[in-house]
Design a protein around this ligand. Structure first.
Ligand SMILES: Nc1ncnc2c1ncn2[C@@H]1O[C@H](COP(=O)(O)OP(=O)(O)OP(=O)(O)O)[C@@H](O)[C@H]1O
Length: 226
């Protein structure tokens, strides 16, 4: 169980997260949705310890970051480091074996090329591949489907389901609502810095209604195209 209590985060005078409370159980997939700029990535970075915040995060994993695999929206790779070297480095950091990388290369990545020169989707697949090899207990996946080809999207969905079956905890964001409703056990809505609404599987239809509340036709009319 991972417990987030009263988490708040501001950038200067911009309060992005305002008193977030969350409980994440083993063997569950939790989705986070919200408009662009609503604070999903900020929340993920706070939980991962990549940003300072006020509040507390408690879990049975100590320190949590040593059991966490985070896939960022735009993974960063050092220059002059091949994908193979990156995987080896990241596995070494967790004391994990990196044997049989080629046999396990399910995304067919060119492992001897520089990772920094990979395309957007290839970088995402490399980051995903690496956090899987690390044997993490907790996964944060920030828009894992974005920029990745259709076949790999299918693989990622099946991988996430497999991780849940293995008792892992997964926190995932996506702007493609159907990809979340297909796999999530619960979905949280992040709105105006707060996360007071949570939708369980039986209530996903209400989430979709909530997301469609704005009058799209009125907005398009503002452009004066017609
Ligand atoms: N390093 C930073 N410095 C200042 N402001 C930041 C920083 N990172 C994020 N922000 C601001 O925090 C707010 C939330 O950004 P965040 O990236 O968390 O949103 P998001 O929900 O992940 O958005 P998207 O759906 O577009 O990826 C935005 O107003 C953004 O400009």
């Amino acid at each position: 169980m991972i417990k987030v209590r009263n988490l708040s985060k501001s950038y200067g005078s911009n309060k992005v997260l305002d008193d977030i409370n969350l409980e994440l159980s083993k063997g569950k997939i939790y989705g986070v949705v919200g408009e662009n700029g609503s604070g999903k990535t900020t929340l993920f970075k706070c939980i991962a310890g990549l940003e300072e915040y006020s509040g507390s995060i408690k879990s049975e994993f100590e320190p949590l970051k040593n059991h966490l695999g985070i896939l960022l929206t735009e993974p960063y790779f050092m220059s002059k480091l091949t994908a193979r070297e990156y995987v080896m480095l990241m596995c070494n950091a967790r004391g994990r074996s990196y044997k049989e990388i080629d046999e396990k290369n399910i995304f067919d990545l060119p492992l001897d090329r520089y990772a920094s020169q990979y395309s957007t989707g290839m970088k995402k697949k490399l980051a995903m591949f690496t956090i899987l090899l690390q044997g993490n207990a907790f996964f944060i996946l920030d828009e894992p489907y974005n920029g990745v080809d259709i076949q790999s999207n299918f693989i990622i969905t099946e991988l996430i389901k497999t991780l849940r079956g293995l008792g892992k905890t997964i926190l995932i964001s996506s702007h493609i609502i159907s990809s979340l409703t297909e796999i999530c056990d619960d979905i949280f809505l992040l709105k105006e810095g707060q996360m007071n609404q949570s939708f369980s599987k039986e209530n996903f239809k209400f989430l979709e209604i909530e997301m469609q509340n704005d009058n799209i036709a009125d907005k398009i009319n503002l452009l004066g195209l017609i």
